[in-house]
Write a protein that binds this ligand. Structure first.
Ligand SMILES: CC(C)(COP(=O)(O)OP(=O)(O)OC[C@H]1O[C@@H](n2cnc3c(N)ncnc32)[C@H](O)[C@@H]1OP(=O)(O)O)[C@@H](O)C(=O)NCCC(=O)NCCS
Length: 165
């Protein structure tokens, strides 16, 4: 996967966050970010409340089929978004902002950056799976054109966005 240029984004509190591709040397900062997440935030993103289990999945960050964007603020990593590439010009999308930095506009910025990147990579379909108690992200993604359906078991909201070709 070729690299992509980063971007500086102003946050609601006046600070500037830098969105860029993850690098191998980011791993300690990524681990610190995960340690700053509440079990509820981890559940909404990873469907798992255990910090240790999430930390053990660190190799996924550098998987060839994943595009990982990180948000860097004042030398720390504070959020990430991923596009996990699937066959047929599709990708699964997910996003995380660590608790102390939620509500500053970072989640919205990561989503917009990831969708722009998806278009530039020629992707046509973006898929996502959301746990039912996560109305906030469903609302954010609906406003960006995602359509949601609920699995028969009522436990998973599946979102799909078709990007213009
Ligand atoms: C969902 C998530 C990414 C949003 O990130 P964020 O940085 O807090 O989002 P923003 O600051 O851009 O705010 C997004 C919207 O939520 C609203 N919001 C912010 N804080 C809120 C709160 N505590 N309660 C309710 N709404 C809130 C904002 O007003 C904003 O609405 P607007 O677009 O109308 O202004 C973040 O909460 C998160 O990481 N959650 C856990 C993981 C997750 O749910 N991932 C998605 C599944 S893959």
């Amino acid at each position: 996967m070729p690299g992509f240029p980063g971007r500086a984004i102003p946050l609601r509190d006046g600070r500037t966050v830098f969105l860029r591709e993850i690098r191998p040397e980011d791993l300690p900062a990524w681990e610190k970010m995960i340690l700053a997440c509440s079990p509820e935030t981890l559940w909404r993103r990873f469907e798992c409340r255990s910090t240790q289990t999430v930390l053990a999945r660190k190799d996924d960050l550098f998987d060839e089929s994943s595009v990982v964007i990180v948000a860097e603020l004042e030398g720390r990593l504070v959020g990430e978004a991923r596009l996990c590439l699937l066959p047929g010009r599709a990708a699964e999308f997910c996003v995380l902002v660590a608790d102390p930095w939620q509500g500053l506009g970072l989640g919205s910025a990561l989503i917009d950056f990831a969708l722009e990147l998806a278009k530039s990579l020629g992707l046509q379909k973006i898929l996502t799976e959301i746990v039912p108690e996560n109305a906030r992200i469903v609302d954010l993604l609906r406003r960006r054109g995602f359509q949601f359906s609920v699995e028969e078991d009522g436990l998973t909201h599946r979102g799909e966005l078709t990007l213009p070709g």
